[in-house]
Ligand binder design. Structure first.
Ligand code: UDP
Ligand code: MG
Length: 315
């Protein structure tokens, strides 16, 4: 059973957060000071171009529980999380935004549920302050659509704010997925999953580092790594088109032969066949493509604050 000598790791991906990072660190250190467990803060700098790294290194002088992993460039939020958890040594690992949108107080509830036996405790957003209507609506629609077209039970309205037991983290660290969709992968690994509801706060400072283009990419990664529905769609379209054409052809033959109609219908039939084969080829191509890329997922240029001076890596 978990006890007070537990170490909890908090992973915080950082991309150009100079405006709020000091307040985030202060708030977290105060929070940690009031908890019975030990904590380590693992910041993953995702190629920030501002003073984020300098500010984290400065805070490191004051707090010996701060660790920093630096990427060689911007690899994206999901890869920053993927890397961060591999550098943790805690009995449980919490992932949260570096902008205080995820309130530290919720971590206490997560730890309680973990101590009561949950392996994953994810934060479910009951409200989202300071986010645009557009983001709220598209996010709500996306999570519901994804749920419909995948077999993995990915909870609704859940971001990456969550606590995971060491065992879950070890399994995640083994998954070497290019373009990972971490919240889906955590659902995929299974174990005992529980949730806590919380109100997502406004950013402490700065603006979202998730422009529409990154949101679309994240959504695409979610769909392509957890559903083959779009490929099936091509097959369905093709099949429907073929059935329609054959039916129409029969009607044309019975009611009288028209060259133009015949040509149009044949065209439909061919288009249907093309769609069908494209869908099939696409399905295979996607698999081959995925398996053939052997690139590292991300590149770490520097680490600091880890005992050995370098790193603690799961793979
Ligand atoms: N982030 C990152 N790499 C990126 C974009 C964002 O590491 O390419 C970090 C960012 O600094 C923040 C977290 O990921 O700590 C979530 O991003 P953000 O808060 O901008 O997203 P939002 O909360 O607006 O969805
Ligand atoms: Mg945020």
């Amino acid at each position: 059973m978990e006890n007070h000598s537990d170490l909890i790791s908090i992973v915080l991906p950082v991309f150009n957060e100079e405006q709020g990072i000091e307040q985030t660190i202060d708030t977290l250190e105060t929070f940690i000071g009031n908890q019975p467990q030990n904590f380590e803060l693992i910041f993953v700098d995702d190629g920030s171009k501002d003073a984020s790294v300098a500010l984290i290194l400065q805070a490191q002088q004051l707090h010996n529980n701060i660790k920093l992993v630096q990427f060689s460039r911007n690899f994206g939020h999901q890869l920053a999380i993927t890397a961060g958890i591999r550098y943790t040594s805690g009995d449980a690992v919490v992932v949260m935004d570096a902008d205080l949108q995820d309130p530290p107080a919720v971590i206490v509830e997560m730890i309680k549920k973990w101590q009561a036996g949950a392996d994953v405790v994810y934060g479910k957003r009951v409200s989202r302050d300071g986010e645009t209507i557009f983001k709220k609506v598209t996010a709500a629609l996306f999570y519901r659509t994804l749920k419909k077209i995948t077999n993995v039970n990915i909870p609704l309205d859940t971001g990456d704010f969550r606590l995971m037991d060491r065992q879950v983290v070890n399994e995640l660290a083994k998954m070497n997925e290019t373009d990972p969709y971490v919240r889906g992968m955590v659902s995929w690994v299974g174990f005992k999953q529980d949730s806590v509801e919380y109100e997502r706060q406004e950013r402490v400072a700065g603006t979202s580092k998730y422009p529409l283009s990154k949101m679309i990419r994240l959504a695409m990664d979610g769909v392509t790594s957890f559903s083959s529905f779009p490929l099936q769609l091509a097959n369905w379209l093709g099949s429907l088109s073929i059935i329609f054409s054959i039916g129409y052809l029969a009607v044309t033959l019975i009611t009288g032969f028209h060259t133009l109609q015949f040509a149009i219908v044949s065209l439909f039939l061919l288009v249907g066949l093309i769609f069908l084969s494209l869908g099939l080829v696409g399905a295979y191509l996607y698999r081959v493509f995925e398996a053939s890329r052997r690139r590292p997922l991300y590149i770490v240029s520097k680490t600091s604050g880890f005992q050995s001076g370098t790193k603690k890596h799961a793979s």
